[in-house]
Design a binder for this molecule. Structure first.
Ligand SMILES: [Zn+2]
Length: 170
């Protein structure tokens, strides 16, 4: 595995964080350039010059992406650009590169392969934790709980507040 784009659809975090040579061969929506402009104008200029295929999803695939997101309950938390990226992935039947767990969740629901940005190097891997919304304590998530990412977490064993699935703080 080279860890490059290789025809995969890349979300905006990949455009921000991957080295340019790794972006080559990826597919993205033109609206991501606007998003990138807001986040980092300098990065936008670099990315614009990268070997990326820019494409808009069809309205039918956008609708399919929207209903997949609605069915998992992720729709309220996804942006239009997120849905466009997902729609592109659906239409092309290509893997989606994203670290957004909601996008990963919907992609899997829609039968699309979701890849995280870090495909190489164990040191970049991480697992989810349940983080208390009250005191912030992080609780381990067993690997068997993967499929319940969007379900409610256990109550905090310190303060009894609900917990939410988060990436661990470092
Ligand atoms: Zn707590």
């Amino acid at each position: 595995m080279t860890g490059g784009a290789e025809g995969a659809v890349l979300d905006t975090t990949a455009l921000l964080h991957w080295p340019l040579e790794r972006l080559a061969g990826g597919v993205c929506c033109p609206t991501q350039l606007d998003e990138l402009e807001r986040l980092s104008p300098a990065r936008r200029m670099l990315v614009e010059a990268a070997q990326i295929e820019w494409m808009n999803p069809s309205p039918a695939h956008f609708e399919a992406a929207t209903s997949a997101a609605a069915s998992t309950g992720d729709l309220p938390r996804l942006s239009t650009v997120d849905l466009e990226v997902l729609a592109l992935s659906l239409g092309l039947q290509r893997p989606l590169v994203t670290d957004d767990y909601r996008l990963q969740n919907v992609a899997m629901k829609a039968g699309i392969e979701a890849r995280s940005l870090a495909t190489r190097g164990a040191k970049q891997q991480w697992s989810w934790v349940w983080r208390c919304t009250g005191c912030g304590k992080e609780h381990d998530v067993s690997t068997g709980a993967k499929r319940e990412r969007d379900g409610p977490g256990p109550d905090c064993d310190v303060c009894g507040s609900p917990t939410v699935m988060k990436r661990p703080r470092r």
